[in-house]
Design a protein around this ligand. Structure first.
Ligand code: ZN
Length: 247
């Protein structure tokens, strides 16, 4: 099985289309989407529609921004800019796309025998996985050898073996990781639509389940177009500026 893994698109249509163009999406057996389709960016409906129209079998979970945009979550945990963007998004979603987001399942979601997906962490969809201690506890709850997660927008992984948990963030270039079949993993593809690791290029990953090989990749996209749409929409300008900084 070959998987394409996308997370945190955040209504950035230009980044999403660039990723789908950079890989032959039809060549994958499954596409896994780890939540936060919307929020921050200016193209929520177009983004939802592209994902709904993907031609390969899709496994998807909701993210905290998806919940906030449709009112499942009241966004009181959000900072001012995120809350503003969430209300803006909720006002623009079509009834059909709103229903789609409302129906997204809470993670973790078991994709097959060896692979699961979640937004934040296997034990809590809103939890940030940033430390080995938290990852260790989360891996204790994981139901499969490989779990893909998002939420932090930081590409990298945690691996748990008998001797404990290790982790690494992956750098800007393409990175391959051969998984140890005896170990369990939490893998983060980074964010398609709002990278926060100082690299402005869209981040995503692929996974070859037969070879046990994970691959992180970046692709440039029309950042200026996405930025102009944010400004034209009247969304906070910081949401446009951060895209070119990758923060
Ligand atoms: Zn996010």
């Amino acid at each position: 099985m070959r998987y394409l893994i996308l997370s945190d698109v955040h209504a950035n249509l230009e980044a999403l289309l660039a990723v789908l163009e950079a890989v032959d999406a039809d060549g994958f057996d499954a596409i896994l989407v780890l939540g936060d389709l919307v929020g921050y960016g200016a193209s929520p409906n177009e983004t939802v529609e592209v994902v709904r129209g993907l031609s390969r079998p899709l496994s998807i979970v909701r993210g905290n921004h998806d919940k906030a945009a449709v009112g499942i979550d009241d966004a009181t945990q959000f900072h001012r800019v995120a809350r503003f963007a969430s209300i803006w998004t909720g006002n623009r979603l079509t009834a059909d796309n709103r229903r789609y987001l409302e129906g997204l399942p809470r993670g973790p979601l078991q994709v097959d025998r060896r692979v699961s997906i979640c937004h934040g962490s296997p034990r809590d969809e809103d939890e940030y996985l940033l430390s080995n201690e938290v990852a260790d506890a989360a891996l204790a709850d994981a139901t499969s050898q490989v779990t893909f997660f998002g939420h932090s927008h930081l590409p990298g992984f945690f691996v748990r073996r008998d001797q404990g948990v290790e982790s690494a963030w992956v750098g800007p270039g393409p990175v391959d990781l051969d998984l140890d079949p005896e170990a369990s993993y939490l893998l983060n593809p980074g964010s398609v639509g709002q990278p926060r690791d100082g690299n402005s290029q869209a981040s995503f990953m692929t996974y070859d389940g037969d070879a046990g090989r994970a691959h992180w990749q970046r692709t440039p996209y029309a950042i200026a177009v996405a930025q102009q749409k944010i400004l034209d929409a009247g969304l906070p300008s910081v949401l446009a500026h951060r895209l070119s900084r990758g923060t």
